[in-house]
Design a protein around this ligand. Sequence first.
Ligand SMILES: Nc1ncnc2c1ncn2[C@@H]1O[C@H](COP(=O)(O)OP(=O)(O)OP(=O)(O)O)[C@@H](O)[C@H]1O
Length: 326
Amino acid sequence: MPDSIVLCDNLVKIYKVADLEVVALQGLDLEVTAGEVMAIVGASGSGKSTLLNILSGLDIPSAGSGIVDGNDLTRLTQAQRINYRRHVVGQIWQQSGRNLLPELSAQANVELPQMLSGVGSSQRSKRARELLELVGLGGKELKKPGQLSGGEQQRTAIAVALSNDPRILLADEPTGELDSTTAGEIFSLFRRLNSELGLTIITVTHDATIAAAVDRTIAIRDGRTSTETVRRETMLENVEAHMPAASAVIGLSSKTHRESILIDRAGRLQLPKEAIETLAFNGRAEVRIVDDHVELWPILDQVNGNGSNGHGVLSTMNGQNGKELK
Ligand SMILES: Nc1ncnc2c1ncn2[C@@H]1O[C@H](COP(=O)(O)OP(=O)(O)OP(=O)(O)O)[C@@H](O)[C@H]1O
């Protein structure tokens, strides 16, 4: 993949609680291209926040490797880690109380990370005003978080996260406490920041419709990457149906309908739930190796005689970018 900004290989995170060991990540692989907007989904406890906290430099991997924008996350010194957290990544959380200091105005909140980085007063004040304008909060600089709506608080948090001009924005359930319209507006802001600033955005979300609005979705299961989905037409239709306003601002296009899944070293792959349901795979599949690709066919009962149906084929292609499911 050209110009990858995040490269995690076999990432492991083990938390020790008293005598117990909790394996939060067990060999996770992830590659993110600079300028991508991607979502991480997965059941509660699957390791999403752990991954984000490692990428943000808050947590240190127990094993494996993690390189972000040339920084080796396993080897940063304390001083390098502080510098990394200030200048390479910006982070926002679901709860605005974790993002903003309630006693400070929006302007002062956005100035704070710059102040800690030693930026002079007039320069940081100018940048804070520009950032608040960029996120749509021009005129609300002096409001304190309690005087702003939930969506406005998250916009302020985004401005705070961008204060020191990071290359990557990491967002952990940024819309979890917002209604769907406001959530759509936050994602349209993500899209705008991505296209205007070239910002790479990695967001954890539970919301399937939101996940469909990004370039790529990675599903984590039991601390490992299980499936990977590139934006598809059906998912876009879903967003358009449920969030028409949001999809209009996000500027969704229906051009990409590619889906790729991961194949582990032993050759095991996990089909998307949708494919299993649509093509009625009942626990078994017929595999046909045809020249440069592999076809998977549902095995029907013997009534049809030939053992396969002609309703659709799911094939793994050996294309330019490696194996793809189409
Ligand atoms: N600081 C910690 N100490 C001990 N165990 C932890 C710690 N942080 C996470 N874990 C455990 O690691 C596993 C993964 O947790 P994580 O918070 O990354 O999952 P998640 O996918 O973000 O879940 P959720 O969607 O509920 O936020 C869980 O079993 C969790 O209990």
